[in-house]
Design a protein around this ligand. Sequence first.
Ligand code: NAD
Ligand code: 6OD
Length: 486
Amino acid sequence: MTRFDLFIDGTFRSAKSGHSFQKHSPVDGRLIGTVQEARAQDVDDAVRAARAALSGSWGTMPLRQRTDLLLDLSHAIARRSAEFVEAEVQDTGHTRHFSKTIEIPRGAENFEIFANLLKNSGGEFFAMDTPDGTGAINIELHRPKGVIAVISPWNAPFLLMTWKVAPALACGNTVVVKPSEESPATATLLGEVMNEVGIPKGVYNVIHGFGPGSAGELLTQHPDVDGITFTGETRTGEAIMKQAAVGLRDVSFELGGKNPALVFADCDIDKAVEVVMRSAFANCGQVCLGTERIYVERPIFEAFTARLKAGAEALQPGGPDDPGTTLGPLISKEHRDKVLSYYAKARELGATVVTGGGIPTFGDDRDKGFFIQPTIWTGLPDDCAILREEIFGPCCHIRPFDTEEEAIACANDTRYGLSATILTENLSRAHRVGRRLEAGVIWVNSWFLRDLRTSFGGSKSSGIGREGGVHSLEFYTERSNLCIKL
Ligand code: NAD
Ligand code: 6OD
């Protein structure tokens, strides 16, 4: 059984709080480890260590040396990728293929991308006239923001945590990371690699625990935290924003979604089915960018629904070690209960259950895990909870539409604004519709195709700010204008 310690000031240690909690496998419910739970004293230790590191060697380190260390870190993660894959797979039950090809390599790449970005980024310079004719020059200066609290979720733990830690460190900040209570492993393992490559003590700290009344809330309330970057549910974002208001700490939020796919009759239907299969069911529907609302132009509604049903029924549920697994479990019993409550609500509301709606059975230990059937509904009213609230499971509703105008109105009829997918072979339509969708990330004939240099984030209730490429630097950097009168 594994023990997940706190990582504070370069040292692994128990929580002074004396509290710990258990982590269970989503695949078969078995106990996989105990996690040290940080409370006030531990959180304070971590923030103090991060503050001290800012005025230590990290704070005065030349940019080139800092970015070289981050490149070393990226290579060291890649060298130890098998360990990271195992840690992630054990915590989340993700298919080994998903962790091996996306989560871990992309997490490693984050450090490389942001190190290189910093090496090549500059600042503004303006020469100005003055009434006395001598002029002045303006030079933009960059400083790190300070101690950054990183609060991350469980659905792609390493990828989403490094997506914040990498730009924060590249900009010269120090971090205190609070990974999800459901996924403590990879953030802890990263502590070892930080020490291995020589990142100074206190630059990267990890505290474990829950949200309210525990490490998450204590960290975001801590007066010596300068900025909070959070990925998770919209409701949690609202709670954190209240905590951040005290002391006016800056926030960067990547929140929930209720993302639409618009399938036009002029699409390539094979491609459309392939794209929507992934967007609705990848990672067992636990992807913030995933599709839960599908709108299909009426002439192909029946054909598309039948093809998606066949695809969903061909998915093979199982653990990471089962050959042929294409659908892993949900993260926890609590999360499965939540998704099942939506399955029950859809039936109560009179939905046509095209496929799924229950729990698969295996006749072995996997029955103690948190598997669930991929589920497709039709026939629900636009304003019901199933079409309004983020479910975060392998499920979607399909509704027909008759005009482009109607499709756009349906897509935008949500408080969320994270992502959208358009399926059409008509390039003019793709431009026309794409520019009218209220979402931060919009795909045409694809999904989750991401160039890490592009902006990423949501509008409306899906987030505040943008991450990715130079956009990440906005949050992690303080700017000053130095005006020199000549
Ligand atoms: P969550 O909001 O329940 O938890 C996220 C993190 O916040 C965890 O570490 C948790 O312990 C912590 N937390 C909870 N309450 C807190 C509080 N009051 N103060 C401080 N910290 C607190 O989210 P989750 O269930 O882990 O993740 C799934 C959610 O994340 C979904 O809504 C999904 O859409 C969203 N998400 C968004 C993006 C994006 O980029 N927009 C990416 C991935 C996931
Ligand atoms: O592609 C990424 O880097 C990114 N941030 C993905 C987010 C996935 C959400 O579940």
